[in-house]
Design a protein around this ligand. Structure first.
Ligand SMILES: [Zn+2]
Length: 333
């Protein structure tokens, strides 16, 4: 027996078709090695498979028991190499774009508190869902993230990471009484591909926090994340007339598209100073005070989020709704 097709699919997707030992992208030439050999009772299930390139596969298999040289790859080591590589991919520490493995600088990492839930890890997702169902929270069993944070990594990117995010994370934790799960969707260039993991994460998020910089709306994905959330608000507005979008405005907004203008905005124009001197200015104190108040509103939405719907996972909508027709209000504090 070989590995089951669904096991192969899972290993291909989770490894991004890269070798789990040398991390090179192998594409069509990827091979799957039985960590515990079949002859020694190894199974064909997910836990016993590791995607490898031809060279690494040869190294793993080549060890000669009669003339040992060096150190053999032990099954437990192979599993740790594999899981480590899967973690690097699902955490966003590396990306594979057009067959090139690209490290993402550490400064772009999600804070530790939110890395504990990985959207791509099926086992962990199931565990989260199972615990929610166990707690009787079946209505919200589909949510994984509290917040989907969308921003363009341009001039304002360092400010978002250094000042906005830690402060937001801190106050939100205080407000909801637990570690918030924040999915960070950083858009590089306007032509960055729309990643399936981002779409899934948005579908499984309770609300959208979007940093509206001048270039935010140049990204098709940014437009789409706003449009999708507006569409969700339209679907649930009768029962849940809360805003699910929390824009943080960091520029004058002369060029913001019409369809988003009516959404209540958090004005950070005075605070969005991407220089380390920001924390030494009086504005920094005001920023903190304003953040605390605004985060309460986000927390209120997280607590009152509409029941999750399956349909959000493959929402085809691109049409941009008329905001004027939406009866959205800020959640009550
Ligand atoms: Zn390799």
């Amino acid at each position: 027996m070989a590995f089951f097709p669904e096991v192969v699919d899972e290993l291909m997707v989770r490894s991004n078709r890269c070798c789990c030992l040398c991390h090179s992208y192998v594409g069509l030439h990827i091979e799957i090695h039985h960590i515990v050999p079949k002859a020694q009772g190894g199974t064909d299930d997910l836990d016993n498979g590791i995607p490898l390139c031809f060279e690494c596969h040869a190294k793993v298999e080549a060890y000669n028991r009669d003339h040992p040289r060096g150190r053999k790859y032990q099954p437990a080591q192979l599993k740790r190499y594999r899981d480590g590589w899967f973690d690097m991919l699902s955490d966003g520490r590396v990306m594979v774009v057009d067959g090139h493995v690209t490290p993402v600088p550490a400064v772009h990492l999600q804070p530790a508190s939110i890395r504990s839930i990985k959207p791509d890890s099926i086992a962990e997702t199931s565990a989260v869902l199972a615990s929610q169902i166990q707690n009787g929270d079946t209505e919200n069993a589909g949510y994984i993230h509290d917040v989907f944070l969308g921003y363009r990594d341009d001039f304002i990117g360092p400010w978002v990471r250094k000042y906005f995010l830690p402060c937001f994370d801190w106050f939100l934790q205080d407000s909801i009484g637990r570690n918030p799960s924040i999915f960070i969707a950083k858009q590089g260039t306007p032509l960055s591909p729309i990643l399936p993991s981002c779409q899934t994460a948005l579908a499984r998020s309770r609300c959208l926090v979007a940093i509206w910089s001048p270039s935010y709306f140049q990204s098709p994905w940014s437009m789409r994340e706003c449009a999708l959330m507006l569409h969700r608000m339209e679907q649930v507005e009768d029962e849940y007339p809360v805003s699910l979008i929390f824009p943080v405005v960091v520029s004058d907004g002369k060029y913001f598209p019409e369809f988003v203008r009516g959404i209540p905005q958090f004005d950070c124009r005075d605070f969005a100073i991407p220089a380390s001197a920001f924390e030494k200015t009086v504005r920094y104190v005001a920023f903190h005070d304003n953040m605390r108040e605004w985060v309460e509103r986000v927390a209120a939405t997280i607590r009152q989020a509409p029941p999750w719907r399956d349909a959000w996972l493959d929402e085809p909508v691109i049409a941009i709704p008329e905001l004027a027709q939406l009866q959205c209000t800020l959640p009550t504090l």
